[in-house]
Ligand binder design. Structure first.
Ligand SMILES: Nc1ncnc2c1ncn2[C@@H]1O[C@H](COP(=O)(O)OP(=O)(O)O)[C@@H](O)[C@H]1O
Ligand SMILES: [Mg+2]
Length: 269
């Protein structure tokens, strides 16, 4: 089987919708019959909470941090949790020490890549053969985000449709460009998600800016909907709750395009 497509949901600005987009994109991929491994790299563990796995966040070591330090040694049962829509590599309170711990290690940026390669290969001999890995990044640049970017070179970029996003995207692209040179990798934006759109007129101008800045990248418009918070509180994506939501179509279309461009598989389930 082909390797899974790895997606990195990133933007160093906080509160723009990384976690919301990551969970609901993973839910949309699962809804089209794909097997998803979700990775919560954020030391705050918001996605871990929003997938109903708070006990994992407070679990005793070994945790994700130990697995990043020793990618070959921590048993998968210690870090991979089951969720009805996906498998989840949960964050943990110990991840707050990740940046300083990794700073002392050689090849610190390559740890998640090694861990994922191992988890993907183990899962082939088991019941799961992942089609996608979705990585939710912390709201800052540094060693932890570097691990996400190097491991999952397909970027999903949530951004608010407001002027502050110009600078955060410019910073992100400069940063990614430097990382590509340092590690000789090719990191590609695959989707820009204009998130929490309320007033379409004010958003239109920013959407034009996004189109000019990323002419090759599909842009998705996600409107402000309290249903995202309700699904988060219920521990699921919007695809697993009994509630109509007009944003399902947006996530379904993002999932379909990523599937078409990054995997060439028939949907089996
Ligand atoms: N489209 C949306 N509609 C309504 N609320 C949203 C939307 N996107 C995000 N939010 C809310 O905004 C807050 C920040 O979103 P979050 O996904 O946690 O951002 P990040 O991961 O980038 O910090 C959360 O409370 C989330 O529920
Ligand atoms: Mg987040």
């Amino acid at each position: 089987m082909a390797e899974p497509a790895r997606l990195c949901v990133t933007n160093q600005k906080g509160g723009v919708g990384k976690t919301t987009v990551a969970i609901n994109l993973a839910g949309a991929l699962n809804d089209r019959g794909r097997d998803v491994l979700f990775v919560d790299l954020d030391p705050q563990g918001n996605a871990t909470e929003g997938l109903g796995l708070l006990e994992a966040y407070d679990a005793e070591p070994p945790t994700l941090l130990d697995a990043l330090v020793d990618p070959d040694d921590v048993p998968r049962e210690e870090i991979v949790y089951e969720h009805e829509e996906m498998d989840v590599v949960a964050s943990n309170v110990d991840m707050n020490a990740a940046a300083s711990t990794l700073a002392a290690e050689a090849d610190a940026e390559l740890r998640l890549d090694r861990l994922l390669t191992r988890l993907e290969s183990e899962s082939k001999s088991g019941t799961h053969d992942y089609d996608f890995v979705v990585v939710d990044c912390p709201p800052h640049l540094g060693a932890v985000t570097d691990n996400g970017l190097v491991a999952a070179q397909n970027l999903i970029i949530p951004a608010l449709a407001e002027p502050t996003s110009k600078r955060s995207l410019e910073l992100l692209f400069d940063y990614v460009g430097a990382l590509e040179m340092d590690h000789d990798v090719d990191i590609e934006p695959r989707a820009l998600v204009a998130n929490r759109i309320e007033n379409t007129n004010a958003a239109d101008e920013m959407l034009e800016w996004f189109e000019d800045a990323l002419p090759e990248t599909p842009i998705y418009r996600v409107r402000k909907r309290v249903a995202f918070q309700r699904a988060f509180a219920a521990g699921n994506s919007i695809f697993a709750v009994e509630e109509e939501n007009d944003m399902r179509d947006v996530f379904a279309s993002m999932a379909a395009t990523l599937d078409e461009r990054l995997t060439k598989r028939e949907v089996s389930a």
